[in-house]
Design a protein around this ligand. Structure first.
Ligand code: UGA
Length: 460
């Protein structure tokens, strides 16, 4: 079976690399020649834990074929996965230009009976619109349209591709649904046969999670649904997770007032199997390329259909409040931030990725500049991607060593595990106010207090 993956972002590149390692012939198609050039050189154009080893093997085996040509790839393909970007419009609605354009371009070269699978996150109803457009432009072409939303997370994209909670496939054509489900089953089966010791970067981070993977994959749920249900599952899942985080953040503010510890609170709350512990970690709020745009897309869909949904508006405003909340805590401790030398550890929107889109850390850095602070920052992986979004007054440093010198205070803004390993005892002398703001609640409060720090977390 030959497969084309349109769009070589996080989802497309990861899926293409892994499918090619499973034995499929896979075209990774992108209109950006730089991205394709990078893949030909056996590297993704972004950092994602462990991914490059799979890209390298895919290219070397000849199964992974990066290309900018729709004609060369689509004309030879039995299945196409569309993994293109769906940014938001200024009014918050989803911009579907790439979704429509790529489907129309692919249809020009499609074989009769092509299975066209939408993995991009799109509003409910998009599949029907794609099909209408394709039919209008190519009245005699028969393609089977399937919605197969992606649930992988950046930072664990490879792992999530092997082992997910569920695979959702929606559409009308039973055989196409089966084909797409079978592709996913083959990916998980392949994961049970990998010698992970050959994938050092991946194994270092995911060693615990890949233990007994052959047992764990038995728990994957394979759901076949209607086209519209599949589309709605994806955005609803992202919105609900965002809601959980915003809820945890608002409870954190209350916990802080009463000297409770939000982590302890959420350990207790999340132990209820009906609630679950994940995505109840308080911090600077949610960012990235997915939650903000998917939540705003869902809100505008509710609005367009005259359905009241104030709960998501509240989640967004709670999220927006987090930078100001932290700055308030900083002013309580440090007084005016004007001319205060503040170091920010972490610029990526979360750990494990170099992605800085809508990063809460960068937002914080930019807000601190507005307050007149002298801001410097360092991220282990995201320094260069941060440049696109960060205020030019922020001094981005090449190393943590460089950053944590002669400063007034430091903020942990992204939850990179290595920040826990720093020699905080020795660094104390470099921090004039001895105050550390742990905006991701990753450090040990008692330990830091013991060595002389004033520790301030979010809700602890
Ligand atoms: C999210 C979903 O988790 C994936 O299932 C989905 O496939 C993906 O969007 C997508 O639509 O493509 P991702 O954006 O990679 O994945 O990141 P998450 O791990 O979900 O984190 C999102 C944000 O929430 C980050 O800023 C993170 O720091 C924050 N977060 C997460 C918290 O503040 N607290 C938590 O407890 C969890």
């Amino acid at each position: 079976m030959t497969i084309t993956i349109i769009g070589s972002g996080y989802v497309g590149t990861t899926f293409a690399a892994i499918l090619s390692n499973c034995g499929y012939k896979v075209y990774a198609l992108d209109i950006n020649p730089k991205i394709i050039e990078s893949l030909k050189n056996k590297k993704a154009h972004f950092f994602e834990v462990g991914l490059n080893d799979f890209v390298k093997k895919g290219i070397e085996s000849g199964n992974l074929i990066p290309t900018t040509s729709y004609k060369d790839s689509i004309a030879n393909s039995d299945v196409v996965f569309s993994c293109v970007g769906t940014p938001d419009n200024p009014d918050g609605s989803s911009n579907l230009t790439y979704v429509f354009d790529s489907a129309l371009e692919a249809a020009k070269y499609a074989k009769e009976g092509l299975i066209y699978v939408q993995k991009s996150t799109v509003p409910v109803g998009t599949g029907k619109r794609v099909l209408e457009k394709v039919k209008k432009a190519n009245p005699n072409l028969l393609i089977h349209y399937i919605s197969n939303p992606e649930f992988l997370r950046e930072g664990s994209a490879v792992f999530d591709t092997f082992l997910t909670d569920r695979v959702v496939v929606g559409g009308e054509h039973k055989q196409s649904i089966k084909t797409v489900l079978d592709i996913h089953k083959k990916v998980s089966e392949y994961a049970t046969k990998i010698d992970f010791s050959l994938y050092e970067e991946f194994a270092n981070v995911f060693s615990d999670k890949i233990q007994n993977i052959d047992e764990k994959i038995k728990d994957i749920k394979y759901l076949s649904t209607s086209l519209e249900s599949a589309e709605l599952i994806k955005v609803t899942a992202n919105a609900f997770l965002a809601l959980k985080i915003s809820f945890a953040n608002s409870v954190a503010k209350l916990a802080q007032k009463f000297d409770a510890d939000v982590n302890e609170v959420m350990d207790g709350v999340g132990s209820d199997a009906r609630i679950g512990r994940s995505f109840l970690y308080a911090g600077l709020g949610w960012g990235g390329g997915c939650f903000p745009k998917d939540v705003s897309g869902l809100i505008s869909l509710f609005e367009q259909n005259n359905i009241q949904n104030p709960i998501m508006d509240a989640a967004v405003s709670e999220n927006h409040s987090m930078a100001a909340y932290l700055i308030g805590l900083m002013e309580n401790e440090l007084g005016s931030l004007k001319n205060k030398k503040i170091a920010i550890l972490g610029l990526a929107f979360k750990s494990g990725t170099s992605d800085c889109r809508r990063s809460p850390s960068i937002n914080l850095a930019n807000e601190l500049i507005k307050k007149g602070a002298v801001v410097s920052a360092f991220d282990p992986k995201a320094n260069s991607e941060a440049m696109e979004y960060i205020d030019s007054e922020v001094k981005v440093k090449d190393s943590a060593e460089d950053l944590l010198k002669n400063i007034d205070s430091v903020v942990i803004a992204t939850e990179w595990p290595e920040f826990k390993e720093y020699d905080w005892k020795n660094l104390l002398g470099e921090i004039s106010t001895k105050t550390i703001f742990d905006a991701r609640n990753i450090l040990d409060k008692q330990k830091l207090q013991k060595i002389g720090y004033k520790y301030v977390g979010i809700g602890k």
